[in-house]
Design a protein around this ligand. Structure first.
Ligand code: HEM
Length: 404
């Protein structure tokens, strides 16, 4: 399978797929259709944490967040089943994780030049095996989708695979997409979407737990706005400015995609420097979002920096948005190559942070603070697992929160 969107050169195919992402697959109406899936996955996560709380058992929060984000994206992409007998989401998680772990090592192989072709470390072979396993699984799910389409079985809503199959069968579409394209593209979405979201969540929650005063302030906001008898919902988020600032600050300090890449299509000048055509340009987003010229005390976790004014006159700075229009804040990149998954990522980020803060207190296993050392890899996750004891702290009357 080849990569088409993530690393693709600007061209007809990329333009077509990007437009499809923005107008259909990852558009606001499509995201809204799956609100119940996100709620279900959130309740599944809350259930796991409530059980650990009752058993006084520690959880690897990173692992649980990865399961939740992967399930959400898999179910929105191709309605995978998650029962214990046919846990397709789990299989996809295994394959995507394997591919993400191997991909940087494989690039190292490429760096070795002609020697890389020998695949000295066997990474290329392993990568191919995992890709082929993903292809088999996606092929099976695609056939199920096709059978349902042929039998004209009514579907409550179309997932991404339904939409892509419909377009592949549309003779008048600007670009003809094949079955292979669909499988490659879904693989890319999993690679781009699952780890980034769970890494962002891990960092933000670790910062929150390390900063009890911020945690308390956020919980107070949620309790004041949402009340004490219901769980926070996606529709509450616009009324929770401090939550939005917390999520923004998490992404500022810990960009899951710390570098963005461009290629000059023609000779140009940037800040007086000559940049010849075809140059590869790497933007260090991590450094930009910690630049002391733009950010006061840049390495501190301070969500208040996104508010202006003083006392009761404080206003939340909506204009520092995630769309890449503020050039010192670029967690999702910028311009036409900017991240098409930013709305979905933000929806999942806000709901998860708000739910976990509303429902739990935490005790860190083996210390008072999480170690905030950064790991290596394509997305910059935490170096050491975030292991802690959840303590259930919220019991909304009559709501669907699981009890011990
Ligand atoms: C917190 C979560 C996420 C972060 C921080 C993030 C960040 C980024 C960044 C920095 C880029 C490169 C932008 C540029 O070059 O200007 C990117 C590209 C991309 N992202 Fe995301 N992303 C996240 C979640 C997602 C999700 C959930 C999806 C889809 C399910 C997704 C799909 C993509 C795709 C397809 C591209 C390639 C776009 C292109 O080349 O035109 N991302 N992302």
């Amino acid at each position: 399978m080849s990569s088409y969107v993530l690393n693709a050169e600007y061209g007809t195919y990329w333009r077509f797929m990007k437009k499809l992402c923005m107008t259909e697959l990852l558009s606001a109406p499509q995201i809204n259709k799956f609100v119940d899936i996100r709620r279900e996955e959130m309740m599944r996560l809350v259930g796991v944490l409530v059980e650990s709380s009752s058993k006084r058992a520690a959880v690897d929060l990173g692992e649980e967040l990865m399961i939740m984000t992967n399930n959400v994206i898999c179910r929105m992409a191709m309605s995978t089943r998650c029962s214990s007998s046919a846990d397709e989401s789990k299989e996809i998680r295994r394959l995507v994780k394997g591919i993400l772990d191997l991909a940087p090592k494989f690039s190292l192989g490429e760096l070795l030049g002609p020697l890389g072709k020998l695949d000295l470390f066997g990474y290329g072979k392993k990568l191919k095996e995992l890709m082929s396993q993903f292809d088999d699984l996606a092929e099976r799910i695609m056939r199920e989708h096709e059978e349902r389409r042929e039998s004209k079985e009514e579907r409550e809503r179309r997932d991404m695979m339904d939409i892509l199959l419909e377009i592949s069968g549309d003779g008048s579409a600007e670009v003809k997409i094949t079955r292979k394209d669909i499988k490659s593209f879904l693989m890319e979405l999993f690679m781009a979407g699952t780890e980034t979201v769970s890494v962002a969540l891990q960092w933000t929650l670790a910062e929150l737990i390390n900063h009890p005063e911020v945690y308390k302030k956020l919980r107070d906001e949620i309790r004041t706005v949402v009340g004490s008898d219901k769980l926070v919902e996606e529709s509450d988020v616009p009324n929770l400015p401090y939550l939005q600032a917390v999520v923004k600050e998490g992404l500022r300090l810990h960009a899951p995609a710390p570098m963005i890449f461009r290629k000059a299509r023609e000779d140009c000048k940037i800040l007086g420097y000559d940049v010849p055509e075809n140059s590869r340009i790497i933007f260090n987003v991590y450094a930009i979002m910690r630049d002391p010229n733009s950010w006061e005390e840049p390495t501190r976790f301070v969500p208040e920096r996104f508010f202006v004014g003083s006392g009761t006159e404080k206003h939340y700075l909506n204009q520092v948005d995630i769309k890449g229009r503020t050039f010192n804040y670029l967690p999702f990149g910028s311009g036409r190559r900017g991240c098409p998954g930013s709305s979905l990522a933000s929806t999942v980020n806000h709901l998860t942070v708000a739910t976990l803060v509303q429902c739990f207190d935490w005790k860190i296993k083996g210390g008072d603070k999480f170690d905030m050392e950064e790991g290596s890899g394509l997305s910059s996750g935490v170096a050491n697992p975030i292991v802690c004891y959840p303590i259930k702290s919220f019991n909304p009357g009559g709501d669907a929160i699981p009890t011990e």
